[in-house]
Structures are given as structure tokens and as C-alpha cells.
Design a protein around this ligand. Sequence first.
Ligand code: SF4
Length: 329
Amino acid sequence: MSNYQFKIEEIIDQIRSTEAKIVGLQFPEGLKIHATDLAREIEEQTDSLVVISGDPCYGACDLSDKEMEGLADLLIHFGHTPLPIDQKIPTIFVEAHYQLESLKILEKALELLKGKKDIGLVTTTQHLHLLEDAAHLLEEKGKKVIMKAGTGTLKGQVLGCNFSAVQDLPVDAFLYLGSGNFHPLGIKLSTKKTVIIADPYLNQVRDIDEFADRILRIRFARITRASEAEKFGILISSKEGQSRWELAKNLKNMISEGGKEAYLILLDEINPPSLMPFMNLDAFVVTACPRIAVDDSKMYEKPLLTPQELEIVLGMRDWEDYEMDEIKY
Ligand code: SF4
């Protein structure tokens, strides 16, 4: 049985009201396992035919509207809240809420927050519905909870690579409710404050510091190696929500002004095989999803840099001013 709540009745009502004949469904990888069950329910309860997007989906930045255009009348995108980008077909965003049996994990996290009074509480879309109860629990234990909405995000929400809800928040530490290290790492690098993870999936609490140190050491090694590069590839995404064309052109100019060569390369999927034909280049700069350079770096033979890391390579930024890359909409 799934711990995710998809609000199927609301989805059915919306499909009926749009009278869509063909409905596209799109899920991030972790939710795709529910795709056929939802497709069956929709086909049984409406007159619509359902087509499931089978391609990888990395975030709300990666809508399959372009692929579904001309095929589906309506796209239902699960698991993310919308980003301010145009959609080629009508799209409904469905937040998949993860049901937790209890918030006991927060009590465990309090042990790592001793001496910290003002706490920034943060989570991702699937746990947003728990934030109010979580804040209440922390306040009962004597903490002051401070949250704010970001640019294009809700109160206490980190969405993809958008960390604006934590920036400039006057807190002693952050408490992140959720799984994975990418978001807590982003919070740490954006704010330089203590970040404690309360992971309800692993039933574990941990400080992000050790992981952040390890990642920074790897990033330093990549930057050092790229400092010897003479030829750079600048990778641009053809996904609308990940496309930073102006940035890519600026980076090419920066590299050229430094007396080195740079080539603009447009790709839909960035992965090691897609870079194989470009092994004559010494390093790559990713203007697409910021996670590619940071999460997947070990998979690549040549160094992959974020735009901020390129600035360090070119001597335009100090290592002490290292920043996580973010796509700002
Ligand atoms: S570009 Fe940002 S929002 Fe999109 S997948 Fe990457 S990290 Fe997530």
C-alpha cells in the first residue's frame, strides 16, 4: 500500500470538467511505480484515454508538455508545485503528500539542536502539509520556529534548486524534514548555518556537515583539475525549465576573454554517453540542472563544473565565496 496521497477524486473531477479526451500523466522517478494504478482509475472513472510519460522526470523544470503537445489535451504532473514557466498544453500539478505515521523523528532531531533556539523549518513538496504540526511540536519543546516563503515557493518549501525560502532567515539552525542530501546541502551552502536532517524514511537524524565537507573536497578537486583546461564545453539544456541560454553565452565570453576555447553544446539529456563525442574537450560547464555537476560528478571522465565553479577556475571568484548553483525563475 502506498504512503502517498494523490487526491484521485479531485483529479477525476478536474479531468471531467476539462472534458479532456487524452490525458498525459507525468511522474518523478520515485512515484512512477504508481503510474499504472492511477491510469487505470482514471480510465475507469472518466471517458479519457491515458498516456504515461515514460521518460525520466527530474522536476517541475522538466515538464513533458512539449512531448505531449498535439497528443494529449491535458497533462497531469505529479509530485511538484509549478514553476513560473509557460506550458504548451493545459497542465495540472498534483502534490503527492507523503503520509507519516508520526512526527516522532522531530523529537529525535531536537537532541542535535541543543543550544539552538531559533529554528528554520524546511521541507520539500511531499511533506509541506506536515509543516504546521511540525512547527507546533517544536514550539511546545521551547523552540521558536521561523519560516518564510521564497520566490516561487511556499512557506518553508525548498523546491528543486530553489533555496530562496531559507536565504536571509534569522535563525540559529535549520531543521530539514525529508530524505536525501541535496536539499540540506543546498541549505547549508546557501546559509552557512547548522542544518539537521530529520529523515522519516530512514528514521534517522543527522547533521549535513560531514557530507557537505566531503562534497566540497570533491568540488575543490574538480576545480583544481579544470584549472588546467584549455577547451571547455558549455552544456545547455533543451528542457525549457532548465535552459539558461543567456548565462551560457556569458560564460563562453568569459572563457574566451581568458584566452581559452569554449563551445556551446545543446542537449536534452546530459549523461556520460552524450558527452563521449566531445572527449577532445578538457572540462564542461553545466548550465542545465545544478544537480548534474554535484550529484553525478563521479560518473564523468572530465570535470563538470557549475557556473560559479567556473568563476573560481577563471580567478573571478574566491573559493571562500563558493556558492551552490540555483536556477532562478
Ligand atoms: S533544475 Fe532544479 S528543479 Fe530542475 S531537476 Fe534540477 S535541481 Fe530540480
